[in-house]
Design a protein around this ligand. Sequence first.
Ligand code: HEM
Length: 443
Amino acid sequence: MGVKGKKTLPDVDLLVKTFFVRKKFRPDPQGSSVLMTFFAQHFTHMFFKTSYKTNAGATWSGHGVDVTSIYGSNVSDENLLRSFKDGKLRMQVLNNEEFPLYAKDARVYMMYPPGIPESSQFALGHPFFGLLPGLFLYQTIWMREHNRVCDILRGEHPDWDDERLYQTGKLIILGETIKIVVEDYVQHLASYYVNVAFKPEVLFGYPFQYSNKIVVEFNHLYHWHPLMPDSFNISGQQVEMKDYMFRSDLVVKHGTSAITDSLSRQRAGHMSHHNHGAVTLHVLRDTILHGRELRLQPFNNYRARFNLQPYTTFQELTGETKMAAELERLYGDIDAVEMYVGMLLEKRRKRALFGSTIVDMGAPFSVKGLLANPICSPIYWKPSTFGGDVGFDIVKTATLEKLFCNNIPGDCPLVSFRVPEFVEGDVDEGNNFNFRPPPRDEL
Ligand code: HEM
């Protein structure tokens, strides 16, 4: 910065207004569902934890996949969520289903704005997770899974005490998380024709550091707020964002089955320009400003650092001419475009949710973070870590669908990171992002 382009960076509000405000919802051309969106948010908030009050570069993260988003980020919070019986977490029955406790009954630190009724305030693993019912859904399902696993472990080891059951159950949940992230979530994001497999053994015998760091660039590139729609489908009824926020009680009222099914059938937004809904515009603005405060390198420098060809023209970056001309007017030089701005304006890579920079910068951070977890190391990747073959098998066979189906009463709903009606190319990206009519033989 300061070497190429204009002497001052573009006004942030002008950038937001020109390139990012959503005028019309632009659906994800890869058919991602909102169940996937909430998975992304729930999973990544266990390690993206900026201490905004300290500064935009400070973090309270443990720098890896540590399931703190489920159990709480310190022993004191964990203890408040534990029952101290049979290794299980404390749950309550509401509307014939098990849910986390109300915040008033397990006083972990939660961030609820004033005026939220007690019946919508729950005690969750992350202070922010009361924000959206989709996050509450994941928290509920994972807590039920922990307790289900503890029952299995107790059957295998009747002599084990609460502490041993709890800690082993937690390790199994950690293993299941990584398995599901690799084989369901990364598989979905990558859209590879081949199946991605979670096999820690492939690294055994090679020098590899089983430790991880979450860098701030990874955090910024994961600001995927355009994935969020403006309203949410609940069994066919649309609930506006403003009536959905801080409404965990909607999951209790409609039930985990109906909410899971509805989120699986609703299309997420395209992670791109002109697609930030009203409630996340301020986050976008902050992200750009934080990038400046931290003096992040320009977009093209990151491309070079990650062995990608830097763009030579604005048109090459955006794949069109209108925004390219605007960008050129504001930045003056392609090498001056900021990292996050460039990522959102970059043309989409074929069969991908994003442009190539998010994919090629994000993938190595993700793979390292997942495989460098201590449970993947030769010392821990064995049955005894997970309470024997039965526990190890739960980890090795975990899937997103099983996670939900094993923990939702009655028939299993649709559990999918992709909406069922998706067909390749069903969004007309060249024409205002309208859905294309189905091919004639399907009419
Ligand atoms: C309507 C939905 C959402 C709202 C209202 C929301 C709101 C926020 C807010 C208020 C912050 C703190 C930013 C700041 O203070 O500057 C934040 C941070 C963040 N959000 Fe979202 N968010 C939403 C959805 C998502 C989704 C779907 C993702 C995808 C993964 C995501 C990823 C992130 C990340 C990575 C951070 C940084 C967290 C940290 O470092 O502490 N958000 N979001």
